[in-house]
Design a protein around this ligand. Structure first.
Ligand code: UD1
Ligand code: UDP
Length: 373
């Protein structure tokens, strides 16, 4: 008998981080592996599915414009019922901390499957930041049967919450599996987005790459961020800011209102993963509030200013590639200028580090489950 795996995800970062696991399980004849997307994201999810050539077996197609947490959570749980009843998986895999993660772990638990949590154990210990992700991840951690912790810190967090050590495996983060697989390809593929970037942007300039979307930064936080970026554009010679803007309307509105039409700020649509990786490799530094980008950039030797007050990923802060700057306009501007005008500091911060993984996380997860099955 083959053991049945159901891998569930719904947003862009979950898809990037689960894609290598989907591939690893599909290659393994001991398992029948199916993919279910909630489509909490649509366009941004489909970009990832296309690049990694994953065709979901089930697509709940849930995304609504301007969706809220109440309706989305309910839709995920009820939407998964028929899928779980039809396929009857032995193992359900969820990733990280989104509403898809939390809803799918509850639905999977109701179905009687064993729940496997990838990227488990990250904590800020502040339930409002990141909101609602800190609580999503904590709830999932207490529903899950098996916990794939990316680092020793996340392992320790789980142990401190009473999870037994036999049920936790330190794997490294699967984001590094995806990054290593992609970074070797992006210079040689014929990618229309990369071509477009090359033709539209002057890469002899000093490139600052920006992303942002966190809910706790919506409103005043984003206004501060945009004003800081405007000031950075005015204060540093020859700087070019490139900002692929997240599709959330709460992000699009302030960003286009405040930064639209400024010459040295390129506001562009979210990039598919290969073009984004290519651009990360080309830039001088990254300013972001993203979890995934915070993990990828140190592996490419790029300093990161994180526009958050807390992080559940302290490892790169500890090795010195990441600094937390919050959403205070003056602090963002001051730290960026200091870094860009101080070559010694820049050199120190841009040393290559891989605190989040070695590219073999998925191999370790498959091996762990094979021993159980
Ligand atoms: C979600 C996750 C967050 C994750 C982020 C990654 C929750 C609560 N939030 O935040 O943890 O870090 O994804 O990007 O789970 N939209 C589109 N097309 C898309 C994607 C989004 O139009 O492909 C717009 C829609 O109007 C949608 C809105 O963005 O309603 C918000 O999407 P949602 O998934 O609820 O929140 P995010 O801010 O993307
Ligand atoms: N990313 C992408 N295109 C973009 C911006 C980001 O493919 O235009 C990738 C990035 O490489 C990382 C992931 O999306 O792997 C991060 O997603 P996001 O910031 O939306 O979510 P978070 O990681 O904060 O949950």
């Amino acid at each position: 008998m083959k053991y049945k795996n159901l891998i569930i995800f719904g947003t862009r970062p979950e898809a990037i981080k689960m894609a290598p696991l989907v591939k690893a399980f599909l290659k393994n004849p001991r398992f029948e592996t199916k993919v279910c997307v909630t489509a909490q994201h649509r366009e941004m999810l489909d970009q990832v599915l296309d690049f990694f050539e994953i065709t979901p077996d089930y697509d709940l197609n849930l995304m609504k414009p301007g969706q809220n947490l109440y309706g989305l959570t309910a839709d995920i749980i009820t939407g998964l019922q028929p899928v779980l009843e039809e396929f009857q998986p032995n193992y359900v895999y969820v990733h990280g901390d989104t509403t898809t993660t939390m809803g799918s772990s509850i639905a999977g638990f109701y179905s009687g499957a064993k729940i496997c949590h990838v990227e488990a154990g990250l904590r800020t210990f502040n339930k409002k930041s990141p909101f609602p992700e800190e609580i999503n991840r904590t709830i999932t951690g207490h529903i899950a049967d098996y916990h794939f912790a990316p680092t020793q810190t996340s392992y320790n967090n789980l142990r401190n919450e009473g999870i037994s050590k036999e049920d936790i495996l330190i794997t490294g983060n699967t984001v590094i599996d995806a990054l290593f697989e992609s970074v070797s390809k992006v210079d040689n593929i014929d990618d229309p987005e990369i071509k477009k970037l090359k033709s539209e942007i002057d890469f002899t300039k000093r490139i600052v790459l920006v992303t942002g979307h966190r809910r706790e930064n919506h409103g005043q936080g984003f206004i501060n961020i945009c004003n800081a970026l405007k000031k950075i554009g005015e204060s540093i010679d020859n700087v070019q800011i490139i900002y692929p803007v997240h599709l959330n309307p709460k992000v699009q509105k302030p960003v286009y209102e405040i930064l639209g039409g400024i010459d040295n700020v390129n506001l562009i649509a979210p990039l598919a993963y290969p073009a984004f990786v290519w651009l990360m490799n080309k830039c001088e530094l990254v300013i972001t509030d993203s979890g995934g980008v915070q993990e990828e950039a140190p592996s490419l030797g790029k300093p990161v200013l994180v526009m958050r007050d807390t992080t559940e990923r302290p490892e790169a802060v500890d090795v010195g590639t990441v600094i937390l700057v919050g959403t205070d306009k003056n602090k963002i501007v001051r730290e960026t200028i200091d870094l860009m005008k101080n070559p010694e500091r820049y050199k120190e911060m841009s040393k290559l580090h891989n605190p989040y993984g070695d590219g073999k996380a998925c191999e370790r997860i498959v091996e762990f489950i094979e021993k159980l099955a």
